[in-house]
Design a protein around this ligand. Structure first.
Ligand code: ADP
Ligand code: MG
Length: 214
């Protein structure tokens, strides 16, 4: 299957073409159609299989093709376990939203906190963040998630291993829009902790397992 076979906005197709991508990987082929239907997704596939675009493409398509459900930005929040991973996802996201009205901001630990407060004041529609830093901004009321339409957890198992379950619960608690779509990606989805998180955060998710890492 090719990206041009998907019912997605032409601006996304143009950007994917500029990234020299044409054929979908397995996880993209399985996940993107459900993502485009606004379904919750619980997916697992090995490192390097192309998970980033599996959630970025449906996210950007929804933001480009549907009106915001509320005036409150951000509409989308992507959480990653580490700064480095968040930066990688941010890079991909920026390429996919090139030449659109959408703006994405990176909010991770280790960067100046007050600079981030200013970034958040500019109300980006998309935030890519580490859970710890975003939880701090939520607590300090620099950020509100009542308009959040898409919550994406990348490498959810690693976030739990790193001890972010409290922060994830706090973020979820402030982002309980009834039309929220949640997509969770994880190397493993059978652990008890992941199952519990799935039950709390996801609503009747489509489960996609491409290749077990266990
Ligand atoms: P994962 O998150 O599963 O580890 P990534 O999303 O980081 O994987 O992608 C791994 C690599 O594969 C990246 O270099 C990315 O550019 C490349 N890639 C992703 N999707 C495609 C595709 N459809 N065709 C070719 N290369 C791709
Ligand atoms: Mg990844």
């Amino acid at each position: 299957m090719k990206f041009t076979d998907l019912p997605i906005d032409h601006r996304i197709l143009k950007n994917l073409d500029a990234m020299q991508l044409s054929n979908l990987t397995d996880i993209q082929q399985q996940a993107i159609p459900y993502g485009l239907l606004n379904k919750d997704i619980l997916a697992s596939s090995k490192t390097g299989s192309g998970k980033t675009l599996a959630f970025v493409v449906p996210m950007v398509n929804r933001l480009l093709t549907t009106r915001a459900l509320s005036k409150a930005d951000p509409r989308a929040l992507i959480l990653a376990p580490t700064r480095e991973l968040a930066k990688q996802v941010f890079g991909v996201c920026r390429q996919v939203i090139a030449n659109t009205q959408l703006r994405a901001s990176l909010v991770v630990g280790g960067e100046n906190y007050n600079d981030q407060v200013n970034v958040l004041r500019r109300k980006p529609q998309i935030i890519i963040a580490t859970a710890g830093r975003i939880a701090d901004h939520l607590k300090d009321r620099h950020l509100f998630l009542n308009g959040l339409e898409l919550l994406i957890l990348d490498e959810a198992d690693r976030m739990l291993e790193l001890g972010f379950s409290m922060q994830l619960a706090a973020i979820h608690g402030q982002a309980d829009h009834r039309k929220r779509q949640t997509m969770m990606f994880s190397a493993t989805i059978e652990q008890a902790q992941i199952k519990q998180m799935t039950n709390e955060l996801l609503n009747n998710p489509q489960k996609i397992v491409i290749d077990s890492n266990e």
